[in-house]
Design a protein around this ligand. Sequence first.
Ligand code: EPZ
Length: 427
Amino acid sequence: MDKIIIEGGKRLSGTIPISGAKNAALTLIPCALLTDEPLTLRNLPRLADIDGFQHLMNQFGVTTAIQGSRPEDFGRVMTLEATRITGTVAPYDLVRKMRASILVLGPMLARMGEATVSLPGGCAIGNRPIDLHLKALEAFGAQIELAQGYVRAHAPDGGLPGGEFDFPVVSVGATENALMAAVLANGTCRLRNAAREPEIVDLCNLLVAMGAEIEGIGSSELTVHGVKRLHGATYRVMADRIEAGSYACAAAITGGEVYLDGARADEMEATLHALRNIGVTYDADKKGVRIAAEGPLKATNLSTAPYPGLATDMQAQLMALLTVAEGTSVLTETIFENRYMHVPELARMGADIETSGRTAIVKGVPKLHGAEVMATDLRASMSLVIAGLAAEGQTQVRRLYHLDRGYERLEEKLALVGAQVERVGDD
Ligand code: EPZ
């Protein structure tokens, strides 16, 4: 396992290229199952989970080829071809390593009329049920059974007849699975209180490029008129708004000024609004967003919510920033039940944070001090890196495999803007 060693106190300045969005790529890749023609995805980030998903697709007989990057993209190009699907089972040993594998359920059911996927189980931030995925598919006419830790889904012979489903809770993954099942249904499917994250819009845009008929894209009410077949497409994955927000926090905590090349302000408004309340300025142009923190950082209250609210994936990073802001901030995590594992680690660096259930009270301190800290989940790890960039002295962040799931070439990108970071093996 590797670790990152950070010498804090360096002001970040310069340009950081933003990669393709992990959470968009993980729902675009399984769309290859929906057609027997080639699907080419551009600007794919170099991340462990993307490699994992490529491996899973190969298990189904999908051929995949990775080309290099195009000049205008930071990411790779991958062509997937599901001419013949030789298997419809996503096994436990693959799903347990990457819970996003559950996103093969909808497209596999749509293409093959059946799918068997291991239950993903929980993870560090919560027990992550998939009941809404299954209820949405049943509403469209799928038969679902749970046996020996697997979900078995079947569609009637003529394909899913279609139907309607009102989500009691907004769910990104369940909306994605439902959409990918609906596009080849033998009827019309309607979703209400669907997730509206930009990654959902990216998925809808790809499905439409493949020949799907979807109304209400970007809204919480989606109507899909099933079509007989979909064709291949070439599609560029959107920029990663969470990576961009994370580096914005990194620049801000060092009092720096950084241009996030490829970031789109209209996809990260809630994060930019929070940063502005903290005293961080930003200005956007066609190609990216410039972040600058000149004055002192000010405390503010934050509450995560489904898009267009503040992304839960930004909570840990903003908390790191608030640990050195003037005043007391109150954070409320409304999406996941256990997303404060960064708190004890930040406390070891001198942060003053108290949590109670879904609420965290952050009292700003003048300075953090470097320490050896442990990454526990993806966004928690990034909050420790952000804190380490501002802390006095050296910080070592261990268990980097968490970070590598969501941040491509992190130390390279930070070094580009003047951070003193080094990645070493952790014996
Ligand atoms: C996606 O997870 C993202 N992952 C998460 O990003 C992100 O935090 C989350 O959406 C919320 O924005 C990917 O896109 C691969 P949900 P997902 O279904 O789809 C409950 C990261 O750091 N729920 O929107 O699993 C669930 O427990 C990761 O990049 C049910 O109760 O999230 C949670 O409380 C972490 N039943 C809430 O809904 C279900 O069937 C939102 O979950 C599904 C979800």
